[in-house]
Design a protein around this ligand. Structure first.
Ligand SMILES: O=C(O)C(=O)C[C@]1(C(=O)O)C=C[C@@H](O)C=C1
Length: 291
């Protein structure tokens, strides 16, 4: 069973889960908050959680990374990328001007998930500067609120499947600031993911320096560099214990059992760093439309 981030049906996470698992490959269960999603897998109510962690326009989804680092001990079992195509959604009958065209001036409030709002800043500034912009718990939740409140000049930023699911109209399609807008998702859970195979694997680790001294991070990185191990991402996240102290979230383009990697990790431990393996897992490239 797969637990999908965020209530209700029709979020980008929901679309992404359908893409990874297929429509029949898993039962999707919806939870309102990301904490509920993680906890459903910790408690054994679901096998996996779908977690968005990075977006082309908005960058890291820090709160989700921090849950992975601080709150739960659930290994990463897969990574995949899925396009985030956002649309302006509402009731076209409420938004038509005298000439019959959609008139954004009739919209008084636009709602969405904060990450989706951030992806559409230029569109919002150009077309809806007069409206109230409001963050809600997910893109599909915003669409649901529009559906439940007719006649109030509400609109949402969300997916076309949410518009269809809630019987609303796409007032403007593809409203993200760049069309090449993708989100990176992680599947986390206790068991390896077996629905699909991929020849490409990655390993993610969390490195904690023993203390701050000149060249500490350089020493860590050189353990990878001289072995010619490629890193695809390094991100610092606060330890939350003392201001200015960090964990380094490092993605490595190699499976954990590849000859050189265990030696590199031993070298990092030998200089006194804490190393936690967050997962070694298959990576699935997006094979559909690019943006
Ligand atoms: O609200 C949604 O549709 C989500 O799936 C959440 C989320 C996110 O948390 O980053 C996922 C991808 C989108 O690009 C925007 C929002």
């Amino acid at each position: 069973m797969i637990s999908v981030a965020l209530l209700p049906e029709g979020t980008v996470s929901d679309e992404a889960a359908r893409y990874l698992c297929g429509n029949d490959g898993a039962v999707r269960v919806y939870r309102k908050l990301i904490s509920d999603v993680f906890l459903s897998t910790v408690n054994g109510d679901t096998d996996y959680s779908v977690i968005p962690i990075e977006n082309t326009i908005e960058g890291s989804v820090s709160m989700h990374l921090d849950w992975l680092i601080h709150e739960v001990d659930l290994p990463i079992q897969a990574e995949w990328i899925y396009p985030s195509i956002q649309n302006l959604i509402g009731r076209s009958s409420e938004c038509r001007g005298d000439n019959g065209e959609i008139d954004f001036g009739r919209i008084v409030r636009v709602m969405s998930h904060p990450v989706a709002m951030a992806q559409c800043q230029e569109f919002l500034r150009a077309n809806l500067p007069h409206a109230d912009w409001k963050n809600v718990s997910s893109t599909a939740e915003a669409v649901r609120i529009v559906q439940e409140n007719p006649g109030m000049g509400l609109a949402a930023i969300g997916t076309s499947i949410a518009a269809e699911h809630f019987g609303l109209d796409v007032l403007a399609p593809g409203v993200t600031d760049h069309s090449n807008n993708f989100t990176r998702f992680l599947l986390v859970g206790k068991e390896p993911f077996r629905l699909k195979e991929s020849p490409v694997r990655k390993t993610t680790i969390l490195v904690t320096l023993p203390e701050d001294y000149p060249g500490a991070l350089h020493q860590v990185l050189s353990a990878f560099a001289w072995r010619r191990i490629n890193l695809s991402r390094i991100e610092s996240r606060p330890t939350k214990k003392q201001l200015g102290t960090y964990h380094f979230y490092i993605e490595i383009e190699m499976a954990l059992d590849t000859v050189l990697l265990p030696a590199a990790l031993e070298e990092i431990k030998a200089i006194g760093c804490g190393v936690r393996i967050l997962g070694s897992y298959p990576l699935f490239a997006y094979e559909g439309r690019q943006g």
